[in-house]
Design a protein around this ligand. Structure first.
Ligand SMILES: O=C1NC(=O)NC(C(=O)O)N1
Length: 311
């Protein structure tokens, strides 16, 4: 039998799978559905100081090889998720992560102070990479801004936390961002990757874009992003000192989960596949991963984590 468990940052997961922030996690009903599924953990929709409607619909579309979304951070506001976290059954054995994505640094600091003061066993995933706020750049693509935000964050938030990163596409950028992240000891993990920003999906029958916001531009997920996600997981696993990398991007079966862990991921998040298939995907992917491990003779995730061969 194989052991799919993973213990990291004081949390214990019975298996390495959980939802990607943004998918099936905006309401308490959705969050409860993920918690009740075979997922090993739960993460909330990125929250802002005040509730947000988000971008006009249609703002999500399935595409031939994945998905495109420009949700625009629709969420119930941070107090809703703080309340959910306060009432969450932390003894359930499934850790709860809270994603925070303030519209400004001040918003982030206000929310983080509230989560700090609540003194909950949740871990924060600070989103530096939402690509879908018209007129707002992704913080993660501005290394000086990222460093400034993190410097201010660690002044108020003294607990371990993580950041959700956008995909990078250049070794110089991997090195630059790793250098920024390595200067924050309490930053204990990164989640790679957020959607590949500002793609354009075209439907030739209607000769139209498929989502309304930003003239059709949106973040890509699914098969489209797997190689980019794997590269980011492997590069940050290699470049970061004493930090965990959570893999996200293109996981739809045990195969891609295995790849992410082989590339160095401590745990993995499922987005597009969860949106399209529902919470049953966790048991399916878990069992597929277990079968692959069995077939290869691996007993634990540590037996192959980070052991991607190069030539
Ligand atoms: O960080 C985000 N990534 C996405 O792909 N979409 C959401 C959103 O638009 O709310 N946010």
């Amino acid at each position: 039998a194989v052991d799919l468990s993973v213990s990291w940052l004081g949390v214990n997961m019975e298996n390495p799978l959980y939802n990607a922030s943004g998918v099936m996690c905006r309401s308490r009903e959705e969050l409860d559905a993920v918690a009740a599924s075979a997922a090993g953990a739960v993460v909330t929709k990125s929250c802002t100081l005040s509730p947000r409607e988000g971008n006009p619909e249609p703002r999500y579309a399935r595409a031939p090889h994945g998905s495109i979304n420009s949700m625009g951070l629709p969420n119930a506001g941070y107090e809703y998720y703080l309340d959910y976290a306060k009432n969450y059954d932390h003894a359930s054995g499934k850790p709860l992560f809270v994603s925070v994505s303030g519209m400004t640094l001040e918003e982030n600091l206000t929310m983080l102070k509230a989560f700090r003061d609540a003194d909950l066993p949740c871990l924060v995933e600070l989103n530096l990479s939402c690509p879908n706020l018209p007129g707002k750049a992704q913080i993660g693509y501005d290394f000086a801004a990222s460093s400034h935000v993190l410097s201010e964050v660690v002044k108020v938030y003294d607990k371990p936390f993580g950041v959700k990163l956008p995909p990078y596409f250049d070794p110089v950028h991997f090195a630059e961002m790793a250098s920024v992240l390595n200067s924050f000891p309490s930053l204990k993990y990164v989640t790679c990757i957020n959607s590949v920003g500002n793609g354009l999906v075209i439907d030739i029958d209607s000769e139209s874009v498929v989502i309304k916001p930003k003239a059709g531009l949106g973040g890509l997920g699914g098969d489209y992003v797997l190689p980019t996600a794997l590269a980011n997981v492997r590069e940050f696993s290699r470049l970061l000192d004493g930090k965990h990398v959570i893999g996200c991007g293109g996981i739809k079966s045990g195969r891609e989960a295995f790849m992410h862990i082989l590339a160095g991921a401590t745990a993995v998040q499922v987005g597009t596949c969860l949106y399209e298939e529902g919470a049953g995907c966790f048991a399916r992917i878990r069992d597929e991963l277990a079968a692959i491990m069995e077939e290869k003779g691996y007993r634990t995730l540590a037996d192959f984590r980070g052991k991607l061969l190069t030539m």
